[in-house]
Write a protein that binds this ligand. Structure first.
Ligand code: HEC
Ligand code: HEC
Length: 373
C-alpha cells in the first residue's frame, strides 16, 4: 500500500534529514537557521502582507543595489526585508537572492528592467492571480511614463538620505517609454552622456530600484487598504496597433509595449499625404488627375469619420504595385496623395492601365488610371 506523504510530513522529514546530515558532517555553518527549524506550518500562497512605509523600502532597496543585490533582488529585497521584520513567519525563510537572475534586465540581457521584475515578483507572492495583473500593469505602465529617477529619488540623494553615498548629486532624468532595461538604461546614458560603467549610471539604477520598491509598496498598501483603482490602459499608440494585431482580430501579437519604436517602418509607405481642407459627408475616392498621366498623378480621398485607410495601386493582372497608404489612421477630412509612377521597389512602371484601390472601414472603391509615356 502506498503511504500518503503530506507536504507537511515531507518538509518535516526533509528538515530532520538536514539536521542529520549536519550532525554527521559536523558542518552546521552550511545549514542556515531557517533550514534547521522544523516548520510545522506551511504558509499558503498568497503570502501575508502588512502596510509598509514606501520611503523605508526605497532606502533599503537602494542599499541592497549597492551591496551586491543589484536592481532585481534590490527592489524585491527592499520590500521583503521590511516584511520579514514585521511578519517573520514566513518572510525570514525567503532569500532575496532568488531574484538575482533579474539583474541587468535578466543576467545582463537587457530585457525586462530588473527593478520591475523584482516588484512584480513581490506582487505575485502576496496577491491572487486576478489581483496581480492590474497591479503589475499599473507599476510597469507608471515606469514607462515616469521621469526616472524621480524627483523624490534625487531629493533623498542630495539631502544625504541614502545609506550608501557613492554619488549624492542630482541625476539627469529620462522617460524611457518602455519597460525594457535595454531602452531605459541606454537612453539614460545618452541623455546623461554617461557610460554603463560610470558611478552615476549605477547610482541612477540604484535610485530607480528605490523608486520601484517605493511604488510597489504604495500600490500594495492601496490594494490591501481597498483603495487601489487601476488607471493603466494601453496608450493610444499601442491600442491603435492592437486594434488589428491584438486579440480582437489577428490575435497573434503578444505585447503591451509601444510598437512604434521597434517597428518604425511598419505600414509606413513613404508617400506624403496632404490634407486639403473641407469636411466631407461621405467616403469618396476621386478620379486621379491628370489622367492620362506621365510621369505622376494625384489621387484624392475623403473620410467623413476617423478610419484606417489603405490605398494601393494594382496593375491590370491584379499584382500589387505600390502601397500609398498602408493601414494608417486618418481623421475626417479630404486628402491628396501623389503617385509618382514607381513601384514598391522604386522602379518606374511601364505604360498601361493601373487601378487605385482604397479601403477604409467598410468602404472600398477602385479607380482606373492610364499611364501613357
Ligand atoms: C487596420 C489593421 C491594422 C492596424 C491598425 C495595424 N496593422 Fe500591422 N498589419 C496589418 C495587416 C493586415 C498585416 C499583414 C501584412 C500586410 O499584408 O500588410 C500587418 C502586418 C504588420 C507587420 C508585419 C509586416 C511588415 O510590415 O513587415 C508589422 C510589423 C505590423 N503590421 C506592425 C504594426 C504596427 C506597429 C501597427 C501600429 C502602428 C500596426 N501594425 C497597425 C493590419 C494592421
Ligand atoms: C522591443 C521591440 C518590439 C516591440 C515593442 C514590438 N515588437 Fe513586434 N517584433 C519585434 C521583433 C524583434 C520581431 C521579430 C522580427 C523579425 O523576426 O522579423 C517582431 C515581430 C512582429 C511581427 C511579425 C513580423 C513579421 O515580419 O511578420 C508583428 C506583426 C509585430 N511584431 C507586431 C507588433 C505590434 C503590433 C507591436 C505593438 C503592439 C509590437 N510588435 C511591439 C520587436 C518588437
Amino acid at each position: 500500500m502506498q503511504k500518503n506523504v503530506t507536504r507537511k510530513d515531507f518538509l518535516l522529514n526533509a528538515s530532520k534529514a538536514a539536521v542529520g546530515i549536519t550532525a554527521v558532517a559536523g558542518i552546521s555553518s552550511l545549514v542556515t537557521t531557517a533550514n534547521t527549524q522544523a516548520r510545522t506550518q506551511i504558509t499558503a500562497w498568497p503570502w501575508p502582507y502588512t502596510q509598509l512605509d514606501p520611503e523605508a523600502a526605497r532606502i533599503q532597496a537602494h542599499n541592497f543595489y549597492w551591496n551586491g543585490k543589484d536592481c532585481c533582488a534590490g527592489s524585491f529585497g527592499g520590500i521583503t526585508t521590511l516584511l520579514a521584520a514585521a511578519l517573520p513567519d514566513p518572510w525570514v525563510n525567503l532569500p532575496m537572492e532568488i531574484m538575482l537572475y533579474g539583474r541587468g534586465g535578466g543576467n545582463g540581457w537587457g530585457v525586462l528592467c530588473g527593478c520591475l521584475n523584482g516588484g512584480a515578483a513581490l506582487i505575485s507572492l502576496v496577491t491572487s492571480k486576478v489581483d496581480s495583473g492590474p497591479l503589475i500593469s499599473e507599476l510597469w505602465g507608471w515606469y514607462e511614463q515616469a521621469e526616472l529617477p524621480t524627483d523624490q529619488a534625487n531629493l533623498v540623494g542630495t539631502s544625504g538620505g541614502y545609506l550608501v553615498h557613492n554619488y549624492d548629486g542630482a541625476l539627469p532624468q529620462n522617460v524611457s517609454g518602455s519597460p525594457l532595461c535595454h531602452a531605459s538604461v541606454t537612453e539614460w546614458c545618452l541623455v546623461a552622456q554617461k557610460k554603463i560603467s560610470d558611478t552615476e549610471r549605477k547610482e541612477r539604477c540604484a535610485r530607480v530600484t528605490g523608486d520601484v520598491a517605493a511604488k510597489t509598496v504604495e500600490l500594495l498598501n492601496a490594494h490591501f487598504a481597498g483603495t487601489f483603482t487601476p488607471t493603466y490602459t494601453d496608450p493610444a499608440a499601442v491600442a491603435a496597433c492592437l486594434d488589428c494585431h491584438g486579440s480582437a482580430v489577428f490575435n497573434n501579437v503578444m505585447t503591451k509595449m509601444d510598437c512604434t519604436p521597434c517597428h518604425i517602418t511598419a505600414h509606413k509607405t513613404g508617400s506624403i499625404v496632404e490634407e486639403v481642407g473641407g469636411s466631407p459627408s461621405s467616403f469618396v475616392l476621386s478620379q486621379n488627375y491628370p489622367n492620362p498621366f506621365n510621369p505622376s498623378t494625384n489621387i484624392r480621398f475623403s473620410l467623413p469619420q476617423t478610419e484606417k485607410v489603405r490605398l494601393e495601386i494594382y496593375d491590370i493582372q491584379g499584382n500589387l504595385i505600390k502601397s500609398l497608404v498602408d493601414y494608417e489612421l486618418y481623421q475626417p477630412g479630404n486628402y491628396e496623395v501623389t503617385w509618382d509612377g514607381s513601384d514598391n521597389r522604386g522602379s518606374r512602371v511601364a505604360s498601361g492601365i493601373y487601378f487605385a484601390k482604397m479601403q477604409a472601414g467598410k468602404f472600398a472603391h477602385t479607380k482606373k488610371m492610364n499611364l501613357v509615356k
